[in-house]
Design a binder for this molecule. Structure first.
Ligand code: X8Z
Ligand code: ZN
Length: 611
């Protein structure tokens, strides 16, 4: 009874805000019909088109200029969107027992899952949740630490973690960046207390919608029951884990050679600050310390970019040229006018890279604080992949304007970046001489340090959140639980002692930003499946790590066929359209690295692996 009333009240509120006459009739007592469902879906689509653009423009304005006022606007529009999203999700439930054509049923299910973080329907809750989230996001984005008398932002610290080799300095940067999530505000709160409040509120919202908790809601987005999806991620991890363990063992031994027994004892997990990355999530930056001496590819992408005076803009143009070579239309002029490619000097922005479509059509942009290095060269391709995907599915219903699943969206640009081979770098004039086959192990090691090393991190980020949302971890246990997973899956440990008042997960963008992370784990599996299929389509016969699909219009066409589908079909259909398979499968990744696996096993033969 109450629910019906709330629904009618909110429907009225939406009607007032919408200049359209497509609202479904109020059928409070009658059993809803297929026509009612069609009218409801039209209403949601209309709302998503208009409000989506309005809220995206506010979100962009805030992310590229963080001030009191843009935070205020962003909070307000986020609360409005959440309230309406919750109302829509509740109304969609009313059609649960109505037999609908497959496409309408899929749209209804998507509407129920539409919100990233649902708020409870009680008055004020959506506003409170939005306020907490804006505060956490801007705390992260504007966080700075004092280093040698200067205040240094995260973007610069991240680059330093890749180049500094002094363990004391690394520990200092690592530890100080982790003070940001626990720094107390004047009101006595901090990111950690905000996070706990966010968990309680959004869980309450998820339960109102019929989910066990937010974690279960997030796991429901993969066309599988949530428990089956969790089992599927474990299955995929099981395929990759043996390779990761060999890699971890070898890297630890090499770091032991570099830093000695005291800093890198051979019977313990690796110190997290020594792996060339603020979060130890990808290790490509320490290639010089751990790569096979006998198989040096003879070049370093960062050095090539710097030597060739590449600018951030040129990096983006190079990325665009790759997609053009596959047959994609050039990026619109507005992309170049409106994107944020480098960090503005005069204001606070969200530096963490992202790709946007502001109007559901052609107003696509990236937002980065691009530096001229290999990491950002790859990230530019990653972001452009999002933009080309967004543009490809723009004619789908707004409800289907998304990836086949989150992992697909994250895998598109990464698949293209797997084609950045020495041969490709030579084609675009960055590299003079292509190394011969004796460098293959080096090339594979370089890739493995980024891609294989990433997988346990990609998995555990959400394992931690699933435990948090289910209540298995209380706020006092957040940090211990985090390190239990970091140690179990990655075999790493903190450089200094941690305690239960710390909030180390908060040092990673996607935690205060509430961006689910399993998508990246899935993407790392998919991108190797895509690459394998693409190379086959291009007629490539050599080793996969030497295959570049640059210039292949045929690959581009098949790729586009998958991208155009957006989220309109269950992901196995999209996967099948491009690869011929309906299964996510880690063996593509394992096969890609097979020669490296053999070599690692030889190297590790007399070492005591494990932690
Ligand atoms: O967040 C990102 C992208 C934006 S979707 C830059 N990535 C993850 C990360 O940085 O942690 C890409 C790889 C993993
Ligand atoms: Zn991404």
């Amino acid at each position: 009874m109450n629910k019906t009333l709330i629904r009618i009240c909110l429907a009225t509120a939406i009607a007032a805000a919408l200049p359209v006459s497509t609202l479904a009739q109020d059928n409070s007592d009658a059993t809803p019909t297929v026509d009612d469902a069609a009218a409801f879906i039209t209403e949601v689509e209309q709302f998503q088109r208009e409000f989506g653009e309005y809220s995206a423009r506010i979100a962009w304005t805030q992310a590229t200029n963080i001030t009191f006022d843009t935070n205020w606007l962003s909070t307000k529009v986020s609360a409005e969107g959440t309230e309406k999203g919750v109302a829509f999700a509740n109304r969609a439930k009313d059609f649960n027992d109505v037999e609908l054509p497959a496409e309408m049923r899929r749209k209804m299910e998507a509407i129920k899952l539409g919100l990233n973080l649902p708020a409870p329907t009680r008055a004020g809750a959506a506003g409170e949740l939005a306020e907490i989230n804006t505060r956490m996001g801007s705390t992260y984005a504007t966080g700075k630490i004092e280093l040698d008398g200067e205040m240094v932002p995260r973007n610069d610290l991240e680059a330093m973690m890749g180049t500094v080799r002094d363990p004391e300095k690394l520990a200092e940067i690592w530890t100080k960046w982790r003070e940001v999530p626990v720094a107390l505000r004047e009101d006595g709160g901090n990111m950690k207390s905000d996070y706990a409040a966010m968990v309680a509120l959004s869980n309450e919202g998820a339960r109102e919608l019929g989910f066990d908790d937010v974690g279960s809601m997030w796991r429901s987005r993969y066309d599988l029951p949530p428990a089956e999806f969790a089992a599927e991620t474990d299955r995929l991890w099981g395929q990759i884990e043996p390779l990761y363990k060999e890699l971890q063992c070898h890297v630890r031994a090499e770091l032991n050679q570099e830093y000695g027994d005291e800093v890198v004892p051979l019977d313990q997990p690796i110190r997290a600050d020594l792996l060339g990355n603020m979060w130890a999530q990808s290790w490509g930056n320490i290639y010089d310390l751990v790569g096979p001496e006998s198989a040096d590819p003879g070049y370093d992408l960062t050095e090539l970019l710097v030597e060739n005076d590449y600018t951030p803009l040129q990096i983006v143009e190079t990325g665009e040229a790759f997609f053009s070579s596959l047959g994609f239309e050039p990026l619109p002029q507005t992309f170049w006018e409106r994107s944020q490619i480098t960090k503005p000097a005069d204001r606070e922005v969200v530096c963490h890279a992202s790709a946007w479509n502001l109007d559901g059509k052609d107003d696509i942009r990236i937002k980065m604080c691009t530096k001229v290095n290999a990491d950002d060269f790859n990230t530019v391709h990653h972001e452009l992949g999002h933009n080309y995907y967004q543009r490809a599915y723009q004619d789908q219903s707004p409800i289907f304007q998304g990836g086949a699943n989150g992992g697909f969206h994250e895998a598109i640009g990464d698949m293209v970046a797997l084609s950045i081979t020495p041969e490709y770098l030579q084609t675009i004039g960055l590299l003079d001489e292509v190394p011969d086959a004796s460098s293959d192990l080096g090339l594979l090691m370089d890739r493995a340090l980024d891609k294989v090393a990433f997988q346990p991190f990609g998995l555990l980020m959400d394992k931690w959140r699933w435990q948090v949302f289910s209540g298995e971890l209380s706020p006092e246990e957040y940090n211990d639980g985090w390190w239990a997973l970091r140690t179990q899956y990655q075999g790493i440990r903190p450089p200094v002692e941690r305690n239960d008042s710390d909030f180390d997960p908060g040092s990673k963008y996607h935690i205060p930003g509430n961006v689910s992370y399993t998508r990246y784990f899935i993407a790392h599996v998919l991108q190797f499946q895509f690459h394998q299929a693409a190379c086959e389509a291009a007629g490539w016969e050599g080793p996969l790590h030497r295959c570049s699909v640059y210039g292949s219009k045929e690959v581009g066409e098949r790729f586009n066929a998958m991208l155009e589908m957006g989220a309109s079909k269950p992901w196995p259909e999209a996967l099948e359209a491009f690869t011929g398979s309906r299964q996510m499968d880690g063996t593509a990744m394992v096969e890609y690295f097979a020669p490296l696996m053999d070599w690692l096993q030889e190297q590790n033969e007399d070492r005591a692996c494990g932690w």
